[in-house]
Design a binder for this molecule. Structure first.
Ligand code: GLC
Ligand code: CA
Length: 525
């Protein structure tokens, strides 16, 4: 047992890995990844330096939205294995110093969930108020919520939380102003809250370390600035932490000021919410483009503003990607560009999250048929590429039975090939994680000092420091060379740690760092 993982200080050096279970590793040859398959790859994750995983929903589901439509919160979907397999995964992960977080879909269920089936009945029952229903199907309710009409015998419309087959659980309304809207402390909403806590306790009691909470911001309806939703999570967090003080709570919220106040430990920079991820990675003009000429300063400013609001209370994660966005290896980017991106992600404060496959530069595959409600997200969800064997080592099933087709390119990246190549993206990511894990300055709350930039600079330079240890990081994602002058540091005092195309030269009392196109440097001084 890795004792460092049990101290509250653990967060400081957390590096998460996101596993989309369908596509990670298939142990029983049916073409779909599974939990025993994940267990087989824990040694790989440990080798990489990962100390926590988040697994996308793995519960019983009709999979109309890849498992974000749950039928039974306390049962592992048979296609992934059994509850016993999950418990074993936790034990095996813990032996390797890795924490396990599940995905808690708190805002809605599937339409096949027994609660919803009961809630659909005309005759009142225990579940009538488990979901949000208007009082009449025929006369229109006046609402900005997404109302689904005519689905059931019950006279009323239900509220959909995301897709129309995801009925919103009833946690109440912040300011009910129609008869069908219940306050947060009405019996129905309180029952829903109790059930959610029960589900969390169930998994925590079996060795799970925490949750990434899906659409955590969405629980209380018509809730300006999420005030009631924040209170609700504070209450849930307090009850959970009373029994499990070390629980890890990660929110899909995209507004750290709110989510950290709600009691979450980590929130993301996402493509939704404050939207920083789109500007950083996805836009044509994003900083991490060879020819985008994009500036990172807007992102940095908004990031620093958010950090101030959460300081000492929680952390912000900039993920490499996730199952909802295009992978970074898309739109012409190659492993070379990804090395610059990962140098940024793994020397940035907060908690890095690596989306499976990004560490080898797996590509976003455009044009795939939508799978399980993936739509254009499907291209980021293809099978992990392990080796050069059949189906890239993901599965021994027939090609046609695979969850999704593999990247068809002959030279697609694999773990096997990159692990044995010291110059690979995979080894670069591994080296960065190793450096981060032994350098407090690079960890979650080491101080960040961005260095000033001129308008025509292509690079971004910043310092990280903690307890007498200092690093200088320089990144140039553009194809054009760039250079950065830094006052008061002598080149002799600068020791390159992880560098490519970045060279320090003396210039009087200062140093000048020359950056080739697409280059990076992590220097200690
Ligand atoms: C979250 C998930 C996404 C899902 C949606 C509805 O945004 O990340 O994949 O479709 O919630 O549950
Ligand atoms: Ca399988």
């Amino acid at each position: 047992m890795d004792t460092e993982n049990n101290s509250p200080a653990w967060f400081k050096q957390a590096v998460f890995y996101q596993i989309y279970p369908q596509s990670f590793n298939d142990s029983n040859h049916d073409g779909i990844g599974d939990i025993p398959g994940i267990i087989q790859k824990l040694d790989y994750l440990q080798w990489l330096g990962i100390n926590a995983v988040w697994i996308n929903p793995c519960f019983v589901s009709p999979f109309r939205d890849a498992g974000y439509d749950v039928d039974d919160y306390c049962r592992i979907a048979p296609r992934y294995g059994t509850n016993q397999d999950l418990f074993r995964l936790c034990r095996e992960a813990h032996r390797r110093g890795i924490k396990v977080c599940l995905d808690l879909v708190a805002g809605h269920t599937s339409i096949d969930h027994p609660w919803f089936k009961a809630s659909c009945r005309q005759k009142g029952n225990k579940y009538s108020n488990r979901y949000i229903w208007t009082s009449s199907t025929i006369s229109e309710a006046n609402s900005t919520l997404s109302l689904i009409r005519g689905y059931s015998e019950r006279d009323g419309n239900y509220v959909a939380n995301c897709f129309n087959f995801q009925p919103a659980l009833n946690y109440g309304f912040a300011k009910p102003d129609q008869s069908w809207q219940q306050p947060v402390d009405a019996p129905g909403p309180l029952e829903t809250r109790k059930e959610l806590i029960k589900i969390m306790n169930y998994w925590l009691g079996h060795g799970v370390d925490g949750f990434r909470v899906d659409m955590a911001f969405s629980l209380v309806k018509m809730d300006p600035r999420h005030k009631e939703t924040i209170k609700l999570w504070q209450d849930i967090g307090q009850k959970i932490r009373a029994r499990y003080p070390d629980v890890v709570l990660v929110s899909e919220w995209g507004n750290p000021e709110e989510s950290i106040a709600a009691g979450f430990d980590i929130d993301f920079v996402l493509h939704i919410g404050l939207g920083g991820y789109t500007d950083l990675m996805l836009n044509e003009k994003s900083f991490f483009r060879r020819h985008g000429n994009g500036k990172i300063q807007g992102f940095v400013k908004s990031y620093l503003e958010q950090v101030v609001t959460v300081k000492g209370k929680g952390l912000i994660s900039v993920p490499s990607a996730n199952h909802d966005v295009k992978r970074p290896c898309a739109d012409g980017r190659t492993a070379r560009d990804l090395k610059v991106i990962f140098t940024f992600l793994l020397t940035w404060p907060g908690v890095p999250f690596i989306f499976y496959g990004d560490e080898i530069g797996m590509r976003y595959i455009p044009g795939l048929l939508s799978k399980e409600g993936g739509y254009d997200r499907t291209g980021s969800r293809t099978p992990m590429q392990w080796d050069n064997g059949p189906n890239a080592g993901f599965s021994t099933a027939h090609k046609k039975r695979l969850y999704l087709p593999l990247d068809p390119r002959r030279n697609r990246p694999t773990v096997e090939r990159q692990a044995s190549d010291p110059g690979s993206l995979l080894n670069h990511v591994r080296d960065l994680i190793a450096l981060r894990r032994c350098s407090p300055a690079l960890q979650a709350d080491g101080t960040l000092i961005p260095l000033p930039a001129e308008n025509n600079d292509h690079h971004f330079a910043y310092l990280r420091q903690a307890a007498g240890e200092r690093f200088l990081i320089v990144l140039n994602p553009s194809a054009e060379p760039s250079s950065v002058r830094i006052n008061g540091i002598k080149p002799g005092n600068l020791s390159p740690q992880i560098c490519h195309g970045a060279q320090a030269c003396a210039e009087g009392d200062d140093i000048q760092i020359k950056l080739a196109g697409i280059s990076y440097g992590v220097f200690k001084f």
